[in-house]
Design a protein around this ligand. Structure first.
Ligand code: NAP
Length: 433
């Protein structure tokens, strides 16, 4: 059975709760859980995958994306396979229904089912509630943020040769400055840290400075390096570039570089060649079938991905660098609105558009659902349903060629835009044809 589905059963007999979603445990009678089996996943033909609509434009883009994804699955596998989408609540919708932005039941279901396709969720800057996105990543230990960036013909790229952009960024997702260890400049905690550092290490920190702690660990570096290199091998890519600022931050970013090379040379020896080996042992000529592992300093990379994007293939980066380079790489193709991303761990994944809630377009049937649709195709690839993912990708390319697009792209093409729903309808027509 395909399509949206929620079944809410009642644990006790309080009939008042009968049709109030979420008050009691959800009983899933339709789909089956994706399980962890050995080093891989065991995916049933009708897996239950969670879905969150999101804030702002979230509901309209997510619901339309689900229709497109379901249609591609049906085209690829007929009645043999389908996803049982189970809606769970977070953000504004959860706040207004249940008085909290991330209800306990959502957390419980996420821990149980572990795979989620979501719309964007609002996070206020500098104050207010903590990012739900970060919370979910930590909850499921989704240590890799994976973002493929590839040009689609028709986008208004600032580059002369945007067709040369084809990168996949692996950003470490759980470490670095994002662990949230920080104190406001005038807090009692900041005072304690200042005094401790002065007393024990003779290090002075300005009284008016907020303090944050940067951590980069060996275990966390090794597992993301392993995932990125394995991806490069499995997908026959050309190179893996370690992005770092190790010349300045020697014991954090420098260590990230060192540990990544160690994983490459110790665990993937027969598959890779380092840049030193390329120059010293292979006279600059890449041996056939091998993957080049090199490293670049972060600031240099920002100019090089613009001036010669073809030099970059798989990018392996710690959290903060990865955050920045992901958007910069997205800008190269002209529109980050079309990109999807995946947060994945050894067991679980949250798949989402790269863009945010674009509140000014909320409820207007204007926004582009391509980001969530592409995230859906990454989800399908992750669970091994590549055929359906390819159908989605081909339909997007075709719609772009036909210039049947939403306003964000139509305004650059000088054509009449389709609404969010009409664009999804058109993709479904392409898929069915
Ligand atoms: P944003 O929501 O991505 O919007 C910035 C601009 O991008 C929009 O004004 C619009 O540009 C364009 N845009 C983005 N998505 C679009 C779409 N699907 N269709 C058409 N145009 C689109 O970025 P933001 O304003 O910085 O962030 C707003 C909120 O989203 C914040 O609370 C932020 O924390 C949150 N956010 C959430 C996630 C997530 O859940 N993963 C990610 C990023 C941001 P034009 O004005 O040029 O038309």
């Amino acid at each position: 059975m395909t399509g949206l589905h929620h079944i809410f059963a009642i644990k006790d007999l309080e009939s008042t709760y009968l049709f109030i979603p979420y008050i009691r445990k959800v009983v899933d009678t339709v789909g089956k859980k994706i399980e962890l089996k050995g080093n891989g996943l065991s995916v049933p033909d009708n897996p239950t995958i969670l879905q969150i609509d999101g804030d702002g434009i979230g509901p309209e883009i997510t619901q339309n994306a689900l229709r497109v994804i379901d249609s591609a699955i049906s085209k690829a596998y007929g009645k043999e396979k389908s996803i049982n989408w189970m809606k769970v609540y977070a953000g504004d919708e959860a706040q207004s229904k249940f008085g909290e932005r991330f209800p306990k039941e959502t957390e419980k279901l996420l821990k149980e089912y572990r795979f989620l396709l979501k719309g964007p969720l609002e996070t206020p800057v500098g104050k207010g509630f903590r990012s739900l996105n970060v919370h979910m990543r930590l909850l499921l230990d989704l240590y890799a943020n994976v973002r493929p960036v590839r040009y689609i013909e028709g986008l208004d790229s600032p580059l002369k040769h945007p067709e040369r952009v084809d990168m996949v960024i692996f950003r470490e997702n759980t470490d670095d400055l994002y662990t949230g260890i920080e104190w406001q400049y005038d807090s009692s905690e900041a005072k304690v840290v200042r005094e401790l550092l002065k007393k024990n290490l003779d290090v002075s920190i300005d009284k008016d400075a907020g303090i944050g702690i940067k951590t980069i660990g060996k275990f966390k570096t090794e597992r993301i390096a392993r995932m990125a290199i394995k991806y490069a091998i499995d997908n026959k890519r050309k190179s893996v570039t370690i992005m770092h600022k190790g010349n300045i931050m020697k014991y954090t970013e420098g260590a990230f570089r060192e540990w990544s090379y160690e994983v490459a040379t110790k665990e993937f020896r027969n598959h890779i060649v380092t840049e030193d080996e390329l120059n010293n042992e292979h006279k600059g000529s890449m041996p056939k079938g091998k993957i080049l592992v090199n490293d670049r300093i972060a600031d240099n990379m920002f100019q090089q991905i613009v001036t010669r994007p073809e030099s970059y293939d798989i990018i392996l980066a710690p959290n903060l660098n990865g955050d920045y380079i992901s958007d910069a790489a997205g800008a190269l193709i002209g529109d980050i609105g079309v990109l999807g991303g995946a947060n994945i761990g050894d067991y679980g994944g949250v798949f989402e558009a790269v863009h945010g809630t674009a509140p000014k377009y909320a409820g207007k049937n204007i926004a582009n659902p391509m980001g969530v649709i592409t995230a859906g195709s990454l989800l399908l690839i992750h669970i091994g349903w590549d055929k359906a993912a390819n159908i989605i990708n081909s339909s997007l390319i075709k719609a772009m060629k036909e210039k049947k697009v939403t306003n964000d792209i139509a305004r650059f093409m000088g054509v009449k835009p389709l609404g969010t729903k009409e664009f999804a309808d058109h993709l479904i027509d392409i898929i069915k044809s």
